[in-house]
Write a protein of this length. Structure first.
Length: 274
């Protein structure tokens, strides 16, 4: 009888222990679910704030430079664009400061874009600059893609010439990097993904960069703007935009895999842009 009672007590103790363990596991799972939900909410808020800064404030600065300053104070406009592009970038890190390695990685991608543009200076519009910005956005995030595009345009124009077109180039290239980070998010693992990235690159260079720069050309060259001027500018700029699109597709095919692999190893080894 005593042995049977002891056995029953042991069984009850085991069941109680198992019940406690199950409750702790459920509590841990609920906590993890809440943390994941909070993280998704923070990312959504951060993405909305970034989109407002990039899609509203930056174009507003460009338009102020055009309408109020007649594109004469393009250095001031360029600096303001850099400031507005830095704000979404620093939002990525939330409660901590960006580390030197993360800033260095951005600087390296900007340097690659500048060097790539300089290396192919003898070939009009056949440049790897958009491809490098797109790859940066895909690997490091949309905010990093925007600031890389904006800084690449600004720094490279130190060699190719600053002018009223600089803020427009900064916004156009930055927008391409921002959209690439949103649409692809480091998911280039198959040939189909690479194909879609190349399609996006071709569309972005013709439909985003080309149209923005052709629009700037109309405003800069005409005192009285008409629809016929826009149509003429878009038509005359289409061949150069198609060359830029072909270059972007070519360099995406050549550079996407090695650069994404290298950036992925850096991110994993040093714990950056997590």
């Amino acid at each position: 009888m005593l042995e049977q009672n002891a056995k029953n007590v042991n069984i009850a103790s085991l069941e109680a222990a198992e019940s406690i363990v199950d409750e702790r596991i459920l509590a841990a799972e609920r906590l993890r679910a809440r943390q994941e939900a909070d993280e998704k909410k923070r990312r959504l808020i951060r993405r909305i704030v970034s989109a407002v800064l990039i899609l509203v404030f930056v174009p507003s600065v460009v338009l102020v430079g055009l309408l109020e300053w007649q594109d004469r104070k393009y250095y001031i406009v360029s600096i303001l664009i850099i400031i507005f592009s830095m704000a979404p970038f620093f939002l990525v890190f939330e409660k901590r400061r960006p580390r030197a390695r993360e800033l260095t990685l951005i600087a390296v991608m900007v340097a690659l874009g500048v060097a790539g543009r300089a290396a192919f200076y003898m070939l009009p519009q056949f440049k790897p600059i958009a491809a490098i910005v797109i790859i940066t956005g895909v690997s490091l995030g949309s905010e990093a893609g925007f600031i890389t595009g904006a800084l690449t345009a600004f720094v490279s124009n130190m060699f190719f010439g600053q002018g009223p077109w600089t803020p427009w180039q900064m916004f156009a290239l930055g927008l391409i990097g921002f959209l690439s980070g949103i649409l692809f998010n480091d998911q280039i693992k198959t040939k189909w993904n690479l194909f879609l990235l190349c399609v996006f690159g071709a569309f972005a260079t013709v439909g985003i960069y080309g149209q923005i720069m052709d629009t700037q050309f109309v405003f800069a060259s005409a005192q009285k703007v008409t629809w016929d001027m826009f149509l003429a500018a878009y038509a005359s700029g289409l061949p150069m935009n198609l060359i830029f699109a072909a270059a972007t597709v070519f360099f995406l095919l050549v550079l996407t895999k090695p650069l994404l692999n290298k950036l992925g190893r850096i991110k994993k080894k040093h714990g950056v842009f997590e």
